[in-house]
Write a protein that binds this ligand. Structure first.
Ligand SMILES: Cc1ncc(COP(=O)(O)O)c(C=O)c1O
Length: 433
């Protein structure tokens, strides 16, 4: 009699016979941030999770929408349906007005709202940008250290990542200039992109002064390089910041400006960008294959939020984030061993580098997690394979992660718990380094 195998047995047999996975799957590890999101600890200093959110407002918006849908089935059918890949016009108009009025971006909300593209988080925009620009062997420039959500996909797609020195004011434009020349000398090609987070960078929390924004724009303009301006933390600012680099790009041809609702509204997986038209066309083509479109229902919720509530919500949340940042800085200063920290004027992170060499990833496993503490070990913010400048920018060599660093997020837990957890971490560091 013929024996029928179960679905599970069939799957195991196929697995045993071996699938041929793509090469990147063995080169690239799970995202550190994704790995850390699963931990539920008392002192959470890891992912950039917003911890101050007007949840009752979102509750009310959803309640009102629910009632509307019960009375207006036509609207419900549209909102619960597929929509245009680049986003719903009514939401694009709302965002265009905000970017123009609040951030000073040169976009006409009446005539140019269609320059905006909606993505599933700005993470998708970063990925799609790399996916549409980078061929294996192409060169991109990033600060050192840099947001891993940009670095890892860049390496995955075969880019040569050239990391450029930063200081307490962010990326140093003179070194960007040198990196461009070195790319031409060593690799025979001009870089395709320079990536920056000008306002309260991830991971360092530094903010690029106006002079550097202008210098960076000029360098990229001269060399015909696309600037990716990731403005994830632009609205979570304790002080007034210099205008976005995008304001210098009057013709919308040099800067891909990326925003996200995640840090300033809620993590509803909606990013918004203004891209040069030829870049926008390709990014939206890519998105069409990645997910067809972003949820219309979610855009509807955010549309109400951005039209009616965001200003008041930011007025309330920003001083509280500032207090959390100050509590963290104070606790680091009073309890950490010798090292250097950044002083953010917004965003979610402080970066700390120890004077004594140590591996902050090992330290977290051995001392952090057993003591209910997690942060992101700094090594995650350097490319898995890449290049760095040496000898004052006259040469390059393969880059290595700086392991004696950590990114400490102050956004998620209350001020008192921050002081307590950071002091606990400081004591552990002082005792064991
Ligand atoms: C600098 C930066 N860019 C992009 C993102 C991605 O954000 P999202 O996909 O939630 O819009 C993050 C998230 O932490 C970030 O810190």
């Amino acid at each position: 009699m013929r024996k029928h195998s179960s679905g599970k047995e069939r799957l195991m047999a196929r697995n045993n016979s071996g699938y041929h996975f793509a090469t990147w799957t063995t080169l690239i590890e799970e995202s550190q941030i994704r790995a850390l999101l699963k931990y539920n600890v008392k002192y959470y200093f890891a992912g950039g999770k917003p911890g101050i959110m007007p949840t009752e407002i979102f509750g009310r918006i959803m309640e009102d929408l629910g009632k509307e849908y019960q009375q207006n089935s036509k609207q419900a059918l549209d909102d619960l349906n597929y929509g245009p890949t680049g986003g719903q016009p009514w939401f694009l108009k709302t965002l265009a007005k905000r970017m123009h009025d609040v951030r000073g971006i040169p976009i006409d909300p009446v005539d140019e709202w269609n320059n905006i593209t909606i993505t599933n988080g700005s993470q998708q925009a970063l990925y799609a940008l790399l996916d549409t620009i980078v061929n294996p062997g192409d060169v991109i420039i990033t600060p050192s250290p840099s947001y891993l959500g940009f670095l890892v996909p860049a390496v995955k797609l075969g880019a040569r990542v050239l990391i450029v020195p930063t200081d307490l004011d962010g990326i140093i434009p003179e070194y960007v200039d040198k990196a461009i020349q070195l790319s031409q000398n060593k690799f025979g090609k001009c870089p395709d992109m320079v990536y920056v987070v000008p306002d309260s960078d991830n991971p360092k929390g530094t903010t690029l002064p106006q002079k550097r924004r202008q210098a960076l724009f000029d360098v990229c303009e001269n060399e015909n390089i696309l600037i990716v301006e990731d403005s994830a933390y632009a609205e979570v600012q304790f002080n007034k910041t210099p205008p976005p680099i995008k304001t210098l790009d009057k013709e919308n041809e040099r800067v891909a400006y990326l925003g996200t609702t995640s840090k300033e509204a809620a993590v509803l997986r909606v990013g918004y960008s203004i891209l040069p038209p030829n870049v926008k066309e390709q990014v939206e083509k890519d998105k069409g294959y990645l997910d067809l479109c972003t949820s219309t229902l979610v855009q509807r919720i955010l549309d109400v939020y951005y039209r009616e509530h965001i200003d008041e919500a930011m007025r309330q949340s920003i001083p509280r984030y500032k207090a959390r940042a100050e509590a963290m800085a104070k606790a680091i200063d009073s309890s950490f061993p010798a090292g250097e920290r950044t002083s953010p004027t917004g965003g979610f992170f402080i970066w700390w580098q120890s004077e004594t060499p140590f591996d902050s990833s090992e330290f977290m496993k051995d001392f952090g997690i057993p003591n209910d503490i997690i942060y992101v070990p700094g090594g995650a913010f350097y490319p898995i394979t890449g290049y760095k400048l040496i000898n004052n920018g006259s040469d390059i060599e393969p880059s290595k992660p700086e392991l004696n660093t950590m990114r400490l997020g102050f956004s998620y837990i209350p001020r008192g718990a921050i002081s307590e957890g950071i002091e606990r971490l400081g004591k552990l560091l002082s005792e064991n380094l």
